[in-house]
Design a protein. Structure first.
Length: 142
C-alpha cells in the first residue's frame, strides 16, 4: 500500500533519500531531518497507514518493537538519559506528514528542551466521570 504524493512512501521506495538506521520487511527507522534533539529518529511502517487507528495490530506490533530498539540504541549509542516517544495524528495534533510515524527523541539532563505541557483540571468529579463513561462506552463497542 502506497500513496503517490506521500513523502514517507517515497522514502520507503528510495525515491527520496533518508539516513537509514535499520529496516525489516514491515518497518523503516531513519533520522529526522529536523531534530528536536540531535539523534531524533522516526519509525514508520513501510506500508502507508494513517492515522494510528487505521494500523492493523499485526503492523503495530513490529512498529512498536522497532521504536523500542531505536530507544535502546539512543541509550547505548548516544547515552540518552531519557526518551520521548511521540506520535501525532491530525493537523490539530501537530501532524505534518500523513503517514503514521513514531518520533523517538533522546533526552539529556542538559538538553535545554521543554515541552509546552500545560495540564488542565476537570470542573469536578462528575465531569471526569462523564468523560470516562463516554470512553468506556466507545471501548465496549468493537
Ligand atoms: P509530524 O509533525 O509528527 O508529522 O512530524 C513529521 C516529521 O518528519 C518532522 O519531525 C520532520 O522533521 C520530519 N521529516 C519531514 N521530511 C523528512 C525527510 N525527508 N526526512 C526525514 N525526516 C523528515
Ligand atoms: Zn505514505
Amino acid at each position: 500500500m502506497r500513496e503517490p504524493d506521500c513523502i514517507f512512501c517515497r522514502i520507503v521506495a528510495g525515491e527520496i533519500p533518508c539516513t537509514r538506521l535499520f529496516e525489516d520487511e514491515q518497518v523503516l527507522a531513519f533520522m529526522d531531518i529536523g531534530p528536536i534533539i540531535k539523534g531524533h529518529a522516526l519509525v514508520i511502517p513501510k506500508a502507508h497507514y494513517d492515522p494510528i487507528t487505521a494500523v492493523p495490530p499485526a503492523v503495530l506490533a513490529p512498529l512498536l518493537t522497532a521504536v523500542q530498539r531505536v530507544a535502546r540504541a539512543q541509550q547505548v549509542g548516544l547515552g540518552a538519559e531519557g526518551i520521548n516517544v511521540i506520535q501525532n495524528n491530525g493537523a490539530v495534533a501537530g501532524q505534518a506528514v500523513k503517514h503514521v510515524h513514531f518520533h523517538v527523541i533522546p533526552r539529556f539532563a542538559a538538553d535545554g528542551h521543554h515541552w509546552n505541557w500545560n495540564p488542565k483540571a476537570y470542573r469536578d468529579e462528575i465531569e471526569l466521570q462523564t468523560f470516562a463513561e463516554r470512553l468506556r462506552q466507545a471501548l465496549a463497542t468493537p
